[in-house]
Write a protein that binds this ligand. Structure first.
Ligand code: ATP
Ligand code: LTN
Length: 331
């Protein structure tokens, strides 16, 4: 079984990216059903909205170091940068020509991000899911571990694969999403009805994995909750407390039920203090490892090996696809 996933270097990854995606990559890398696991830095996706050149470079490197610091083992997972494998863009174009504007315009992420653009909406923001589909289909991946916000893009990927397979005969594996039961949608700390997002303009909304530990604790303690005063999981009426329960449950591997029982007589201050300490405990070793890795040679070594392997698989596949469509001369 082949797995693939990517994260955009659009900022430092958040606790949401970690619990919804990276923590699961680390679990899945040990599965005995695995033949290949590819994890990449989706830098071409990041430029769908304006990025500062220096920041982008810094974020790419930092994301590799964070993947490793969170426990991805380069022996088991090939880590590479999307823009270093040109076949992604080559297939992205082909899939744009097999997708419909209407289906792209329906994507929730497009509709949300479009509203936030002050300097104009790029064409790439709309066509981005075709490139995401290319990222996956290029490798005949079976399973794609992602947070719940990517489910719609995965459905589109499946539709594109099925459509292409029926037009040009079987070419692509139709992939399945892998969405964790808990932690697939961590919410903003200042507006718990909104997803926690690394590109949120307000840093109080998210916890970055690289935030100073005291800042992490402060952000959790000042997370928006409600005035009921009892710790109970109820997403509809108590989204802030429910979000903190989810976070606590994921970092301590304890069920929400058990946590509700434990904190049934506690006030919010005590509960938040414990959540803050639990998150700090999870992030402290990651930060220590990150600091060891960020200036080491390991980053380039891992990326060189990942790039070569990904190009090897991707170039074989893109040649077959171009042949099926009738592009260029027969190879
Ligand atoms: P941006 O703010 O630039 O859109 P993002 O923080 O939403 O970025 P992505 O790079 O789009 O993050 O997502 C990387 C992975 O993390 C995806 O698998 C996505 O589903 C997952 N993810 C993103 N946000 C959350 C969240 N709040 N909770 C759980 N998983 C998340
Ligand atoms: N669109 C994703 C990042 C991403 C991705 C992928 C995830 C780009 N290509 C392929 C899984 C598989 C996002 O999280 N915004």
């Amino acid at each position: 079984m082949r797995l693939i996933s990517g994260i955009q270097p659009s900022g430092n990854i958040t606790l949401g990216n970690y619990l919804g995606a990276v923590k699961n990559f680390v679990k899945l890398q040990n599965s005995d059903k695995l033949t290949d696991f590819l994890v990449f830095i989706a830098d071409l996706h990041a430029i769908t909205v304006p990025q500062d050149k220096t920041e982008l470079r810094k974020n790419i490197k930092s994301l590799v170091a964070l993947y490793l610091a969170c426990g991805l083992d380069p022996e088991k997972v090939k880590i590479f940068i999307q823009s270093e494998v040109p076949a992604h863009t080559m297939l992205g174009w082909v899939l744009q020509c097999n997708g419909y504007i209407g289906e792209l315009e329906r994507m929730t992420q497009y509709k949300d991000k479009k509203e936030r653009q002050v300097a104009g909406v790029s064409v790439g923001l709309l066509t981005y899911p075709s490139l995401m589909a290319a990222d996956i289909l290029l490798y005949d991946a079976n399973l794609v571990p992602v947070g719940v916000d990517q489910k719609q893009h995965l459905e589109l990927t499946r539709d594109l694969a099925i459509r292409f397979n029926s037009r040009y005969q079987d070419t692509f594996v139709v992939p399945e999403p892998y969405i964790p039961e808990a932690g697939a949608k961590i919410m903003s700390l200042i507006d718990p009805t909104k997803k926690m997002s690394k590109s949120d303009p307000n840093p109080k909304a998210y916890i970055s994995l690289l935030d100073d530990i005291n800042v992490v604790k402060k952000k959790i303690k000042s997370a928006v909750t409600d005035s009921d005063g009892f710790v109970k999981y109820d997403v509809e009426n108590k989204p802030g407390i429910s979000n903190l329960l989810t976070i606590m449950s994921c970092v301590t591997n304890t069920s929400i039920k058990e946590l509700e029982e434990k904190y049934k007589d506690s006030n919010y201050a005590t509960f938040k203090e414990d959540v803050a300490n639990a998150v700090a405990l999870e992030l402290t070793p990651i930060q220590a490892k990150y600091n060891e890795i960020i200036n080491s040679k390991m980053i380039d070594e891992v990326l060189d090996a990942g790039r070569d392997y990904a190009n090897y698989l991707a170039n074989k596949k893109i040649a077959k696809i171009y042949n099926k469509i009738g592009l260029g001369r027969k190879r």
